[in-house]
Design a protein. Structure first.
Ligand code: MN
Length: 318
């Protein structure tokens, strides 16, 4: 049986207590302040600020609170907890058996490495009954699809799949970035929001699981979203290359890429030149042309200005 012990402050302890309040039981061992039995694990909180999670969901539940600043408990139990957690993480990153045929909400983002254009994040719900149809429509790992196919497949699947698509335009992105927010946090907030939107759309139906194409370790992800009113955490899995693990992530990725392409077309029109993807030398040259045509401040509307491409473009202009 998997278990984890974390050490928390009084404030977090109160948060944890109210979080699990529906699952609290009356029988307390010595030194305990509360005990809760959630569907996936038992939680025992002690006056010392130690909280013990036991059961198959122990790693996942404990990780949530690490996101709020809880640490692995010190003292002799810490060694044990670390060992359990590292082996537990392995278990966690491997998905439940038969995952590909469950009904899942998947999420993915596009545009984070592109100098020009927005970040688009999509969460999409694919039920097991829809999989044959989506495969028929060509849904597969979007990296294997060219732009033309992306557009065609996206248009075909949009009417069939409950989804949420968020577009973070460059001006807003630059503002957040300049206020000190990391790209990781920006992405986490967008994923959390998109997932919540889809959960709201399909309610009272619930997915069997949620799969996020992993861009951060789960503890870091939950730290990023810790201040949000709604935090999507039930049955959430993180996995790299998730597009190949469930069609919902593949569908989300296709929709996000379709949206990104449309936005890039709009930017090309706005700038009066063809705006390239990526962050290579073609992009530097295009950014230099944008500066020549419209002035440097125009980049704020069409590009992620903190990328080194801005400096390279300015050199090209000189
Ligand atoms: Mn991804």
């Amino acid at each position: 049986m998997s278990y984890q012990v974390i050490q928390v402050s009084g404030t977090i302890l109160n948060k944890i207590e109210s979080f699990y309040k529906e699952h609290k039981i009356d029988k307390l061992p010595a030194g305990a302040v509360f005990v809760a039995k959630s569907p996936t694990c038992n939680i025992t909180a002690y006056k010392s600020g130690k909280v013990l999670f036991q059961g198959k969901g122990a790693d996942e539940e404990a990780n949530i609170w690490k996101g709020f600043g809880a640490t692995a408990a010190p003292s002799k139990s810490s060694k044990k907890a670390t060992t359990v957690s590292s082996s537990g993480n392995k278990v966690k990153s491997s998905l439940p058996a038969g995952f590909a045929s469950l009904s899942v909400i998947g999420s993915d983002e596009v545009g984070t490495g592109d100098y020009f254009g927005p970040i688009t994040v999509c969460a999409a719900y694919v039920k097991k009954e829809q999989m044959a149809m989506l495969k028929e429509l060509g849904v597969q790992d979007s990296k294997a699809l060219n732009d033309e196919k992306i557009v065609r497949i996206a248009k075909a699947i949009l009417p069939h799949v409950p989804y949420s698509l968020l577009v973070l335009h460059n001006e807003k992105y630059n503002e957040l970035q300049q206020s000190g927010m990391s790209q990781g946090k920006i992405k986490a907030l967008l994923h959390n929001k998109a997932l919540q939107h889809v959960l709201d759309k399909i309610a009272p139906e619930k997915p069997d699981a949620i799969l996020i194409d992993q861009f951060a370790e789960s503890g870091i992800y939950y730290r990023h979203v810790a201040q949000q009113k709604n935090i999507v955490r039930e049955n959430v899995y993180f996995h790299t290359k998730a597009e190949g693990l469930h069609l919902s992530v593949a569908a989300a990725s296709i929709i996000a890429r379709y949206s990104f392409l449309k936005e890039m077309d709009k930017l090309s029109e706005l700038a009066g030149i063809t705006i390239p993807k990526g962050a290579g030398s073609k992009v530097d040259a295009a950014a230099a042309r944008v500066i020549e045509k419209h002035g440097e401040s125009f980049l704020n509307k069409v590009a992620k200005v903190h990328f080194v491409n801005t400096l390279k473009a300015k050199k090209l202009v000189r």
